[in-house]
Ligand binder design. Structure first.
Ligand code: SAM
Length: 243
Protein backbone atom coordinates (compact mmCIF):
# COMPACT_ATOMS: atom_id res chain seq x y z
CA UNK A 1 0.00 0.00 0.00
CA UNK A 2 1.45 3.44 -0.97
CA UNK A 3 0.69 6.82 0.59
CA UNK A 4 0.86 9.79 -1.75
CA UNK A 5 0.03 13.46 -1.09
CA UNK A 6 -1.04 13.84 -4.75
CA UNK A 7 -3.90 11.35 -4.55
CA UNK A 8 -6.38 13.91 -3.16
CA UNK A 9 -5.69 16.26 -6.10
CA UNK A 10 -5.90 13.30 -8.53
CA UNK A 11 -9.34 12.38 -7.19
CA UNK A 12 -10.62 15.96 -7.09
CA UNK A 13 -11.67 16.14 -10.76
CA UNK A 14 -13.27 12.74 -11.32
CA UNK A 15 -15.04 12.58 -7.93
CA UNK A 16 -15.98 16.20 -7.31
CA UNK A 17 -19.68 16.41 -6.33
CA UNK A 18 -20.37 19.65 -8.27
CA UNK A 19 -18.62 21.70 -10.91
CA UNK A 20 -18.97 25.42 -10.23
CA UNK A 21 -21.14 27.27 -12.74
CA UNK A 22 -18.86 30.06 -14.04
CA UNK A 23 -21.73 32.48 -14.83
CA UNK A 24 -22.24 34.12 -11.39
CA UNK A 25 -18.47 34.64 -11.03
CA UNK A 26 -18.09 36.03 -14.56
CA UNK A 27 -20.98 38.43 -13.82
CA UNK A 28 -19.36 39.44 -10.51
CA UNK A 29 -16.00 40.23 -12.13
CA UNK A 30 -17.66 42.06 -15.05
CA UNK A 31 -19.65 44.17 -12.57
CA UNK A 32 -16.71 44.99 -10.25
CA UNK A 33 -13.99 45.19 -12.90
CA UNK A 34 -10.46 43.79 -12.81
CA UNK A 35 -8.03 42.85 -11.70
CA UNK A 36 -9.78 40.06 -9.84
CA UNK A 37 -8.54 37.23 -7.62
CA UNK A 38 -10.05 33.78 -7.08
CA UNK A 39 -9.11 32.28 -3.69
CA UNK A 40 -8.94 28.45 -3.55
CA UNK A 41 -8.90 28.23 -7.36
CA UNK A 42 -7.95 24.52 -7.29
CA UNK A 43 -7.27 23.13 -10.73
CA UNK A 44 -9.02 25.98 -12.48
CA UNK A 45 -12.81 25.86 -12.30
CA UNK A 46 -14.09 28.50 -12.92
CA UNK A 47 -10.80 30.46 -13.15
CA UNK A 48 -9.78 29.18 -16.58
CA UNK A 49 -13.23 29.77 -18.01
CA UNK A 50 -13.10 33.40 -16.82
CA UNK A 51 -9.61 33.86 -18.33
CA UNK A 52 -10.91 32.41 -21.62
CA UNK A 53 -13.58 35.13 -21.63
CA UNK A 54 -10.79 37.72 -21.47
CA UNK A 55 -11.39 38.64 -17.82
CA UNK A 56 -8.35 39.70 -15.81
CA UNK A 57 -8.42 37.09 -13.00
CA UNK A 58 -5.56 35.56 -11.00
CA UNK A 59 -5.76 32.46 -8.78
CA UNK A 60 -4.52 31.46 -5.32
CA UNK A 61 -4.39 27.95 -3.88
CA UNK A 62 -2.57 26.32 -0.97
CA UNK A 63 -2.06 23.01 -2.78
CA UNK A 64 1.03 22.69 -4.99
CA UNK A 65 -0.63 19.69 -6.69
CA UNK A 66 -3.73 21.70 -7.59
CA UNK A 67 -1.66 24.67 -8.82
CA UNK A 68 0.36 22.30 -11.02
CA UNK A 69 -2.82 20.73 -12.43
CA UNK A 70 -4.22 24.21 -13.09
CA UNK A 71 -1.02 25.26 -14.93
CA UNK A 72 -1.18 22.08 -17.03
CA UNK A 73 -4.85 22.66 -17.94
CA UNK A 74 -4.07 26.31 -18.83
CA UNK A 75 -1.20 25.18 -21.10
CA UNK A 76 -3.48 22.61 -22.79
CA UNK A 77 -6.01 25.39 -23.47
CA UNK A 78 -3.26 27.87 -24.51
CA UNK A 79 -4.30 30.27 -21.74
CA UNK A 80 -2.04 32.64 -19.81
CA UNK A 81 -2.92 32.60 -16.12
CA UNK A 82 -1.22 34.09 -13.05
CA UNK A 83 -1.26 31.64 -10.11
CA UNK A 84 -0.03 32.11 -6.55
CA UNK A 85 0.81 29.23 -4.21
CA UNK A 86 -0.36 30.74 -0.91
CA UNK A 87 -2.83 30.17 1.90
CA UNK A 88 -5.95 32.36 2.05
CA UNK A 89 -5.28 33.16 5.72
CA UNK A 90 -1.76 34.48 5.04
CA UNK A 91 -2.12 36.29 1.72
CA UNK A 92 0.75 38.54 0.74
CA UNK A 93 0.48 39.66 -2.87
CA UNK A 94 1.82 42.83 -4.47
CA UNK A 95 -1.37 43.62 -6.43
CA UNK A 96 -4.64 45.14 -5.15
CA UNK A 97 -7.89 43.85 -6.65
CA UNK A 98 -11.30 45.27 -7.59
CA UNK A 99 -12.90 41.86 -7.00
CA UNK A 100 -11.86 39.00 -4.71
CA UNK A 101 -13.99 35.87 -4.63
CA UNK A 102 -14.22 32.22 -3.71
CA UNK A 103 -16.13 30.04 -6.18
CA UNK A 104 -18.20 27.78 -3.95
CA UNK A 105 -17.98 27.47 -0.18
CA UNK A 106 -14.18 26.96 0.12
CA UNK A 107 -14.22 29.52 2.99
CA UNK A 108 -15.92 26.79 5.07
CA UNK A 109 -12.60 24.89 4.90
CA UNK A 110 -10.95 27.46 7.19
CA UNK A 111 -11.18 25.37 10.36
CA UNK A 112 -11.86 27.96 13.11
CA UNK A 113 -12.83 31.60 13.76
CA UNK A 114 -9.24 32.94 14.21
CA UNK A 115 -8.24 31.45 10.83
CA UNK A 116 -11.39 32.87 9.21
CA UNK A 117 -10.62 36.34 10.66
CA UNK A 118 -7.03 36.13 9.34
CA UNK A 119 -8.42 35.30 5.90
CA UNK A 120 -10.89 38.22 6.04
CA UNK A 121 -8.06 40.58 7.10
CA UNK A 122 -6.04 39.32 4.13
CA UNK A 123 -8.97 39.93 1.78
CA UNK A 124 -9.39 43.43 3.26
CA UNK A 125 -5.69 44.15 2.74
CA UNK A 126 -5.82 43.11 -0.93
CA UNK A 127 -8.98 45.00 -1.94
CA UNK A 128 -8.28 48.10 -3.99
CA UNK A 129 -10.24 51.35 -3.50
CA UNK A 130 -13.97 50.56 -3.83
CA UNK A 131 -13.26 46.83 -4.24
CA UNK A 132 -15.76 44.09 -3.38
CA UNK A 133 -15.34 40.55 -2.01
CA UNK A 134 -17.72 37.64 -2.59
CA UNK A 135 -17.72 34.80 -0.04
CA UNK A 136 -20.11 31.84 -0.50
CA UNK A 137 -20.88 29.90 2.69
CA UNK A 138 -22.99 26.93 3.65
CA UNK A 139 -23.92 25.01 6.79
CA UNK A 140 -23.10 21.31 6.25
CA UNK A 141 -25.66 18.65 7.12
CA UNK A 142 -24.39 15.68 9.12
CA UNK A 143 -23.63 12.64 6.97
CA UNK A 144 -26.53 10.19 7.26
CA UNK A 145 -25.64 7.07 9.29
CA UNK A 146 -26.44 4.88 6.25
CA UNK A 147 -23.90 6.80 4.11
CA UNK A 148 -20.97 6.11 6.46
CA UNK A 149 -18.86 3.42 4.79
CA UNK A 150 -20.58 3.84 1.37
CA UNK A 151 -18.02 4.08 -1.44
CA UNK A 152 -18.24 6.48 -4.42
CA UNK A 153 -16.38 5.07 -7.42
CA UNK A 154 -15.10 6.71 -10.62
CA UNK A 155 -12.64 5.80 -13.35
CA UNK A 156 -9.55 7.95 -14.00
CA UNK A 157 -8.32 8.84 -17.50
CA UNK A 158 -5.65 6.09 -17.26
CA UNK A 159 -8.25 3.46 -16.31
CA UNK A 160 -7.48 3.44 -12.56
CA UNK A 161 -10.39 2.87 -10.18
CA UNK A 162 -10.86 5.86 -7.81
CA UNK A 163 -12.83 5.46 -4.59
CA UNK A 164 -13.87 7.82 -1.77
CA UNK A 165 -15.72 6.84 1.39
CA UNK A 166 -16.62 8.35 4.78
CA UNK A 167 -15.05 6.43 7.67
CA UNK A 168 -16.45 8.49 10.58
CA UNK A 169 -17.74 11.95 11.48
CA UNK A 170 -17.60 14.23 14.51
CA UNK A 171 -19.80 17.35 14.82
CA UNK A 172 -19.37 20.20 17.31
CA UNK A 173 -22.32 22.64 17.32
CA UNK A 174 -20.58 25.05 19.75
CA UNK A 175 -17.46 25.45 17.63
CA UNK A 176 -19.56 25.12 14.44
CA UNK A 177 -17.26 22.41 13.05
CA UNK A 178 -17.82 19.06 11.39
CA UNK A 179 -14.83 16.73 10.96
CA UNK A 180 -15.36 13.90 8.48
CA UNK A 181 -12.67 11.26 8.11
CA UNK A 182 -12.44 10.39 4.41
CA UNK A 183 -10.66 7.46 2.77
CA UNK A 184 -9.28 8.11 -0.74
CA UNK A 185 -8.22 5.09 -2.82
CA UNK A 186 -6.62 4.56 -6.24
CA UNK A 187 -6.31 1.03 -7.67
CA UNK A 188 -4.53 0.30 -10.95
CA UNK A 189 -2.76 -2.76 -12.41
CA UNK A 190 -2.56 -4.47 -9.01
CA UNK A 191 -1.14 -1.39 -7.25
CA UNK A 192 -3.14 0.42 -4.58
CA UNK A 193 -2.76 3.82 -2.95
CA UNK A 194 -4.90 4.56 0.13
CA UNK A 195 -4.92 7.81 2.13
CA UNK A 196 -7.16 8.74 5.10
CA UNK A 197 -7.68 12.50 5.52
CA UNK A 198 -9.86 14.54 7.93
CA UNK A 199 -12.14 17.00 6.11
CA UNK A 200 -12.97 19.84 8.51
CA UNK A 201 -15.89 22.15 7.73
CA UNK A 202 -16.47 25.25 9.83
CA UNK A 203 -19.77 27.02 9.35
CA UNK A 204 -21.11 30.49 10.21
CA UNK A 205 -24.47 32.05 10.94
CA UNK A 206 -25.28 35.43 9.33
CA UNK A 207 -24.66 37.05 12.76
CA UNK A 208 -21.37 35.25 13.47
CA UNK A 209 -20.11 36.02 9.96
CA UNK A 210 -20.90 39.73 10.34
CA UNK A 211 -18.88 39.75 13.58
CA UNK A 212 -15.95 37.99 11.90
CA UNK A 213 -16.11 40.41 8.96
CA UNK A 214 -15.98 43.37 11.35
CA UNK A 215 -12.95 41.81 13.10
CA UNK A 216 -11.33 41.55 9.65
CA UNK A 217 -12.03 45.21 8.79
CA UNK A 218 -14.92 44.44 6.42
CA UNK A 219 -18.68 45.01 6.35
CA UNK A 220 -21.27 42.70 4.83
CA UNK A 221 -23.18 44.75 2.23
CA UNK A 222 -25.55 41.99 1.05
CA UNK A 223 -26.36 38.32 1.32
CA UNK A 224 -28.21 36.37 -1.36
CA UNK A 225 -29.35 32.80 -1.64
CA UNK A 226 -30.66 31.18 -4.82
CA UNK A 227 -33.91 29.31 -4.06
CA UNK A 228 -33.18 25.59 -3.65
CA UNK A 229 -29.48 26.19 -2.98
CA UNK A 230 -27.85 25.67 0.44
CA UNK A 231 -25.20 28.27 -0.35
CA UNK A 232 -25.44 31.88 0.85
CA UNK A 233 -23.35 34.42 -1.07
CA UNK A 234 -22.05 37.31 1.05
CA UNK A 235 -20.70 40.50 -0.49
CA UNK A 236 -18.27 42.55 1.58
CA UNK A 237 -16.49 45.88 1.36
CA UNK A 238 -13.81 47.58 3.44
CA UNK A 239 -15.21 49.07 6.65
CA UNK A 240 -14.74 52.81 6.97
CA UNK A 241 -12.08 53.46 9.58
CA UNK A 242 -13.26 55.39 12.66
CA UNK A 243 -12.60 59.10 12.75
C1 SAM B 1 -13.40 22.52 -3.17
S1 SAM B 1 -11.87 22.94 -3.95
C2 SAM B 1 -12.48 24.08 -5.12
C3 SAM B 1 -11.52 24.28 -6.23
C4 SAM B 1 -12.08 24.90 -7.49
N1 SAM B 1 -12.81 26.14 -7.27
C5 SAM B 1 -12.91 23.89 -8.22
O1 SAM B 1 -14.15 23.93 -8.21
O2 SAM B 1 -12.28 23.05 -8.85
C6 SAM B 1 -11.13 23.93 -2.71
C7 SAM B 1 -9.73 24.40 -3.05
O3 SAM B 1 -9.33 25.29 -2.01
C8 SAM B 1 -7.98 25.01 -1.69
N2 SAM B 1 -7.79 25.44 -0.29
C9 SAM B 1 -8.28 24.86 0.82
N3 SAM B 1 -7.90 25.55 1.91
C10 SAM B 1 -7.15 26.59 1.46
C11 SAM B 1 -6.46 27.65 2.11
N4 SAM B 1 -6.47 27.78 3.44
N5 SAM B 1 -5.79 28.55 1.34
C12 SAM B 1 -5.78 28.42 -0.01
N6 SAM B 1 -6.41 27.43 -0.68
C13 SAM B 1 -7.08 26.53 0.05
C14 SAM B 1 -7.79 23.54 -1.90
O4 SAM B 1 -6.43 23.23 -2.15
C15 SAM B 1 -8.69 23.29 -3.11
O5 SAM B 1 -7.98 23.39 -4.31
Amino acid sequence: MNFSPGIVADLHGPLRPVTQDPEPYAAFVEECGGPALELGCGDGDPLLDLCKRGLDVEGVDSSADMIERCRRRAREQRLRVVLHHQRIESLHLACRYRAIFLAGPTFNLLPDDPTAIAALRGIRGHLGEGGTALVPLFAPRPTAADDIGQVRVATAGDGAELRVSVLSEDRNETERTQTTLLRYERHHNGRSTVVDRPWVLHWHTPESFEDLAAAGGLVVTSMEQTPGSAVQRYRLRAARSAG
